[in-house]
Design a protein around this ligand. Structure first.
Ligand code: ZN
Length: 176
């Protein structure tokens, strides 16, 4: 999102050259640059004790999806992951670890790719989902739509067995 008017005082912004940033919309009244903004979100892969991943399906997105959602102001990406897994499936997400960030070109969103685990339990899909279920990672990958680049990136980052074992065994507890 590029600003034309100052979100604080409503004045029309002018273009100003700011060092290495180049031309940036600038409010002369507030003496403040308004850089382009974009949403931040999480994409979460939760492994169960058998090493299967928690996948979901949605009406408007083709193929398999992962739990995902926008980061709320004041939240860390790891906290968003815990909240979204609970809201979307009713399960408790543990041991979440940020593996990488991914620019999701389709939606203009910065995705935080988070891997963690859930304990035994049956996922109950929220109203915004059609299904929520566990599936071996190798079976899931071919069923992900190519436009879901964040999901594919997270699956690829998770391919190492040693990483999966470490997450499932819960050696590193970053979330309570
Ligand atoms: Zn202003």
């Amino acid at each position: 999102m590029t600003f034309s008017y100052c979100p604080r005082c409503g004045a029309r912004l002018v273009s100003r050259t700011l060092g290495q940033e180049g031309e940036v919309p600038f409010c002369s009244g507030c003496q403040k640059p308004w850089f382009r903004m974009f949403p931040s979100a999480v994409c979460v892969l939760a492994l169960n004790p058998s090493g299967e991943g928690l996948f979901v399906t949605q009406r408007r997105i083709p193929g398999l999806c992962l739990v995902s959602g926008f980061i709320a102001p004041g939240e860390t990406a790891e906290e968003t992951a815990v909240r979204e897994v609970r809201e979307e499936t009713g399960l408790t997400f543990l041991n979440g670890r940020l593996l990488a960030t991914h620019w999701y070109r389709r939606d203009g969103v910065l995705m935080h790719l988070i891997l963690g685990r859930v304990d035994e339990g049956r996922p109950v899909p929220s109203e915004e989902l059609t299904e929520a279920f566990f599936l071996p990672l190798k079976e899931a990958a071919p069923r992900v739509d190519p436009s879901s680049t964040g999901v594919l990136a997270l699956l690829e980052l998770t391919e190492k067995q040693a990483l999966q074992d470490e997450i499932i065994s819960g050696k590193i507890e970053m979330n309570k």
